[in-house]
Design a protein around this ligand. Structure first.
Ligand SMILES: Cc1ncc(COP(=O)(O)O)c(C=O)c1O
Length: 376
């Protein structure tokens, strides 16, 4: 996709290619975050560029535990927070800590395309469970997929790629299922989009609703910092396995090659934990794009959160449809990349003017495949 996109940009000129493929925030980090970074650098405190305890600076871990206490109402402890290299680092640290070869990890389809690799990185066996017709977790199907080897379920809400925000009720049902099991199954709650919810909504706190939760989070999306690789892993105070996991996570954070999370960014976040980008910009672009696509005739469900639109393709073959969009200069990611054919993911991290200029391309591809369907 990326090579095709680069080729197209060379052929047609970058201004004539409308690239919706990359989930890379197009807004600047909040000024509070940049000021904190500048202060940390200017201050130049002794030893700030050195190694540190594997789990991160104690003061930063304490501050993150405080943040989680405020957000979830649970008594998170500094000892159960590990500063990580983004949410991706946090997911890998917990999987490394819990998996024996062949242990099963359930992922809910469609899913973030890197989860299967994270599971195989640590010799786990991936178990794919379909979500329901509206992309919410289907607790019956999850129950049917659980075996004595099931060790964890990865949950991601707000969800990449679907944009769904899982409601409290479904999380409670999942908790009821897990508490009935005779062996512990962890919920790895990957939450980098937690604060990217539209229309004044809020993501229910997974840790407050599901007992066996491990939180993976980062400031990649909520503060538009994905290149800085700063996030955290936190063990819920309700997790019975906590003492053993503490030691395992501390060690895994070091031996996976990260050694520790970026020192300067830990110190900057100490002063800017709560800062957030304004989601209003993404919401306005969501409305602009979704309304225009619906007017053309696409079947559109507006995302409730994240910055992705998961669009139903007018023909089931999403790869073929993405090809015909590409011919019109519009680039998106086929749903099969996330395990769900018949869809296409569009990222809203693009300029508003680009959305406006791309609409005729969406219309031409839609009409062409309509003409193809009629002639067959
Ligand atoms: C669902 C999901 N999890 C994890 C990540 C990785 O986040 P980070 O950059 O914080 O490691 C992404 C990045 O796009 C994502 O979409």
């Amino acid at each position: 996709m990326f090579e095709e996109g680069a080729l197209l940009k060379r052929e047609r000129g970058a201004e004539n290619v409308y690239d919706y493929t990359l989930g890379n925030p197009d807004v600047e980090p909040p000024s509070q975050v940049l000021s904190a970074l500048n202060r940390v650098v200017a201050e130049g405190r002794a030893n700030m560029h050195g190694y540190m305890p594997n789990a991160g600076f104690p003061a930063v871990r304490a501050a993150v535990a405080g943040l989680l206490r405020r957000e979830t109402g649970l008594d998170f402890l500094a000892d159960d927070v590990f500063m990580t290299v983004g949410s991706a680092g946090a997911c890998n640290v917990i999987l490394k800590s819990i998996l024996d070869p062949g242990d099963e990890v359930i992922v809910l389809m469609p899913c973030f395309s890197e989860y299967p690799f994270y599971v195989s990185n640590h010799s786990g066996t991936l178990v794919q469970v379909e979500t329901d017709a509206s992309f919410l977790p289907d607790v019956q199907r999850i129950a049917a997929a659980i075996t004595p080897r099931t060790r964890a379920i990865i949950l991601n809400t707000p969800n990449n790629p679907t944009g769904r925000v899982y409601p409290e009720q479904v999380l409670l049902e999942l908790n009821a299922l897990l508490t009935r099991l005779d062996h512990p199954v962890l919920v790895i709650s990957d939450e980098p989009y937690k604060h990217l919810v539209f229309d004044g909504g809020r993501q229910s706190e997974v840790a407050a609703l599901i007992e066996n939760t491990v939180v993976c989070n980062s400031w990649s999306k909520s503060q538009a910092l994905p290149g800085e690789r700063i996030g955290y892993l936190a063990l819920s105070p309700r997790l019975a396995e906590r003492p053993a996991l503490r030691a395992a996570c501390t060690f895994a954070n070091r031996i996976l090659g990260f050694i520790n999370a970026p020192a300067i960014w830990q110190l900057a976040e100490l002063e800017a934990l709560d800062a957030k980008i304004d989601v209003g910009g993404y919401q306005a672009k969501r409305d602009l794009l979704c309304n225009a696509l619906a007017a053309i005739g696409y079947e559109v469900t507006k995302p409730e959160g994240t910055f992705y639109v998961f669009l139903k393709t007018p023909i089931l073959d999403d790869v073929a449809f993405v090809r015909s969009l590409t011919a019109e200069g519009v680039l998106g990611v086929p749903g099969v990349g996330f395990g769900r054919a018949g869809y296409l993911r569009l990222s809203l991290t693009v300029p508003r003017e680009m959305i406006v200029k791309s609409i005729p391309g969406f219309e031409a591809a839609f009409r062409k495949c309509g003409a193809r369907i009629e002639s067959t």
